[in-house]
Design a protein around this ligand. Structure first.
Ligand code: ZN
Length: 330
């Protein structure tokens, strides 16, 4: 850990070193349609805010995955970062997050877990996650009574939703392990170096509702057989960096996460450049790794291996959380 190359490889969706132009069309991964809001409000909607930040809402209860709104500039593990409380407050107001029931993080790296505590304080949400994510929340001052810790598998109910966190794996790097490995063992009080947000265990998040079931896989790793017995309508599939460990890894990853759950639609997430300001969605500079990752995912789906449709999510627009890969935006 620590070499520039490894950092650059991990930071597959960042472009601290090279500029590239953002454009609305960049919400699209080549060859994959973008979902459009339907004519009628769905029973459960999902709204994507970049990286793996997803808001589920059934009109009564709201759940937030990651809630990464701050977007500090990542130039290396020593970059000092701090949640952007003004941006979080804007999100609470404009997106109606007050009364949020729960926030969880797919793992505890900064681009997933950094804001969980501040979002919980601003909304009243319960934080559900690993001990490391719990320590991010504690560092922000979230009361222990509103922190639910999971080690391997645990289900919590929020309104008509049931949320299960299942221990999974992070995208492996050249050494076979995650970047910024380890756990956060004491309350993490920001500002802190970005390297302080250690991985802390990665999770598949299963969101069940009478209207359907989704699996959110934020990072492109897997545990063999880890999702056996989980049936999903839609998978939110983290694809950033999946080409780094190679095509065999990519194939097995898709089989273990999408094939195993029988989902009819996979919606790529965590493919956009997380070093851009909130609201700017674009491929990382050069695009190479992400384009390769997306190309392989398209290839597997086109071959029916597994039989699944693909669609990406529009930024900041509510679409049906559980129903297939349509309608697509023209
Ligand atoms: Zn990560």
């Amino acid at each position: 850990m620590g070499s520039r190359r490894l950092l650059a490889a991990w930071c597959v969706t960042a472009s601290a070193w090279t500029a590239s132009a953002a454009s609305p069309a960049a919400e699209k991964l080549a060859g994959i349609p973008v979902l459009a809001p339907g004519e009628e409000a769905p029973a459960v909607s999902v709204t994507w805010y970049g990286v793996t930040t997803l808001l589920f809402d059934d009109g009564e209860t709201k759940l937030l995955i990651d809630g990464f709104f701050s977007r500090p500039l990542f130039e290396g593990l020593e970059s000092i970062a701090d949640p952007d409380t003004a941006q979080i407050a804007r999100m609470v107001e404009t997106e109606g997050l007050r009364g949020l029931a729960m926030i969880t993080a797919v793992h505890s790296h900064f681009d997933h877990a950094m804001d969980v505590g501040e979002v919980a304080l601003a909304t009243g949400a319960t934080v559900f996650g690993s001990e490391s994510t719990a320590n991010v929340a504690r560092g922000a001052g979230v009361d222990e009574s509103r922190i639910m810790v999971v080690e391997d598998r645990r289900t919590e109910r929020y309104g008509d939703f049931a949320v299960t966190l299942i221990r999974s794996a992070h995208l492996p790097m050249e050494n076979g392990g995650p970047p910024i490995p380890g756990t956060i063992d004491t309350p993490l009080v920001p500002p802190a170096p970005i390297g302080a947000w250690k991985e802390g265990g990665s999770y598949s998040v299963v969101v069940e509702h009478p209207a359907g079931t989704a699996v959110v896989q934020g990072s492109a790793g897997y545990v063999a057989g880890g999702l056996d017995g989980v049936a999903a309508d839609v998978v939110y599939l983290g694809i950033g960096g999946v080409s780094i460990p190679g095509k065999d890894h990519a194939r097995t990853y898709v089989e273990e996460i999408v094939g195993a759950t029988g989902a009819g639609c996979a919606r790529p997430v965590h493919w956009d450049d997380f070093n851009r300001p909130f609201g700017e969605i674009a491929l990382p500079a050069g695009g190479g790794d992400t384009e390769q990752s997306a190309a392989w995912i398209r290839e597997f789906a086109a071959a029916g291996d597994p039989p699944v449709g693909l669609a990406t999510l529009p930024f900041g627009q509510a679409v049906d959380a559980f129903t297939g890969c349509g309608p697509a935006r023209p």
